[in-house]
Structures are given as structure tokens and as C-alpha cells.
Design a protein around this ligand. Sequence first.
Ligand code: IMP
Ligand code: MG
Length: 180
Amino acid sequence: METDIARILFTQDQIRRRVRELAREIAAAYANSGAGLTIMPILSGSLIFLADLIRELPIKMKIGLVQISTYPARTTTPMPPRTLLPPVGDIRGRDVLVVDDILDSGRTLRHVLGLIRAQQPATIRTAVLLRKPVRVPADLPVEYVGFDVEDSFVVGYGLDYDDYYRNFPHIGVLAPERMT
Ligand code: IMP
Ligand code: MG
């Protein structure tokens, strides 16, 4: 697996420290939430970030999984994503924090935010571990960002290529010859 990674961008230790900082910020923001917090991770990319983040958040919360299946790695024709949300009513009037692994074109997040907004939560914010600033549209602000990254294909710490490399503990650039 390691030989498929061209370059490490963030080590396990750097990620751990940054996730802890983000958690402190998020905990402070929701400390006095009267509505109650629901964390909504977008699967599967966010699962390791989620697991580390929520264990650093000493606040009462619910978890509402969002499952979205986009086109497989080798498909070039864009297809609309299929999305599964928690049952309608679960998040009405609550504070929602959407958690995703990486913000690239913003297409996924925009789609998910629209579906969540329709369920009328009290507030919606977003936390992403990674953001590719050159790709993100200006009208899609996110409240919490772990790291800004260059516009390369990155894997590890939950991020995949064709569902591989999610268990790589660091975040690195995938060797271009592995993307076939
Ligand atoms: P977007 O809809 O273009 O913002 O892409 C968001 C989704 O695409 C993320 O949740 C990831 O699953 C995937 N993605 C985008 N860029 C990368 C990358 O560099 N590595 C791994 N997955 C990525
Ligand atoms: Mg993903």
C-alpha cells in the first residue's frame, strides 16, 4: 500500500493535533446549544475523521449517517448521486453539523446541504478535514476546515481511490500510475 503513495502531505500525528484543535473550536461553538446537536457524517470518506473528532467533543450529541453513492472511479459519465438520510423529522429544529472528508468541487456538499435544509434544522454548519481551495466555489463557505490541500488526488485517513487506501493512517498523494 505504501508504495502506491507518491508523497505524504500530513502525518498521523499532524492530523491528530489538527483534529484536536478543530474539536476545541466546535465544542466551544456548541457548548450552549439549546436545540441539541446532530452530527451528520457523509459516508464513507468521513468515517475515520468522524471517529477521531467526536471522541474529542465532550458534548451530548446524536449521529445521523448520510450515505451518498456517486459514480465509481472508472466511470466518466456524470450520474446524479443517490443519497440516504436519517428519517424525516429526526433533525427538525436541531443544530446540524455536516462532516465530510474533503471539499473538492463542492458538488456533493451542495447536494447534501439542500436535502438537509429541507428537513428544517435550526442551524447547519459544515466541517471538512480537507479543502482544495482552487476548486471550491466561492459561494460554498464551510465553517471548519482541517487543512487546505493542493489540487492532487489524495488518499488515506478515510479517503479512498476506488475504495482502497482508507486505512492508510497518513494523508498522501496517490501515485498517478495507480490511478487507472
Ligand atoms: P466534490 O463533490 O467534488 O466536492 O467531491 C467530494 C467527494 O469526492 C469527497 O467526499 C470525496 O469522497 C471525493 N474526493 C474528491 N477529491 C478527492 C481526493 O483527492 N481524494 C479522495 N476523494 C476525493
Ligand atoms: Mg466521500
